[in-house]
Write a new protein. Sequence first.
Length: 254
Amino acid sequence: MRLSEVTWTDVRDADVDVAFLPVGSTEQHGPHAPLGTDALNAVAVAEAGADAYEGPGAGDTPMPDRGEVAVAPPVPVGVAEEHRAFDGTMWVSPETFRAYVREAAASLVSHGIDRVVFVNGHGGNVEALAEVARRFSRDPDHAGYGVAFTWFDAVGDHASDMGHGGPLETALLRATNPELVREDRVDEASAGAAGRWGEWVAGVNLAHDSDEFTDNGVVGDPREGDAERGAVLLDRASAALAELAAAVVDRDAV
């Protein structure tokens, strides 16, 4: 159930177990992928995860006593100042981000939707979202419980290929929003890409901003992310999200 597409009476009458709040960013993803990549991918995983949660269980056995998932509209601007050198990138401070996302989730609790999974598509949001989930769950003014989920950490052995505008993000876009990938620029993106994120010495990243180590904003080779790989990524991430959602629903609030 997409909250942006249903009416308030639909929500009132629904049996909602949990909300998925997609969280992304509006930032550069090289010359071939759109600024909204992180939000688009978060939404795709959230919607597929909702289908997996509401659908058949293992062996096509329906999951017992499962209600619906409310998929909230995405938060499109995140903690992304590290990409400030690239045109079109938007960002807010971690403080503003944390407050906005936490309060947005808290508004759902007033309607009885007290379990929330923050479905994240941007690495720069990870630290802030972990704090959001803790504060949301500890808030004495409501009885909510939430956790943060980052899709590219939940794709098994593919996770080691995560870059930026690289194979994983490009693959998922090709599987879910192929019309937004500038295919005629993929070779250019690959040619100017960095091999890894950052400049590391003694386990410390010396680079605060991405333009310090990648000329065109890309890390990793987007040519290695085809639509078939994207479908695998979506399947793995959505299955993991559905499993997590069931655990969140079944867990006693802290």
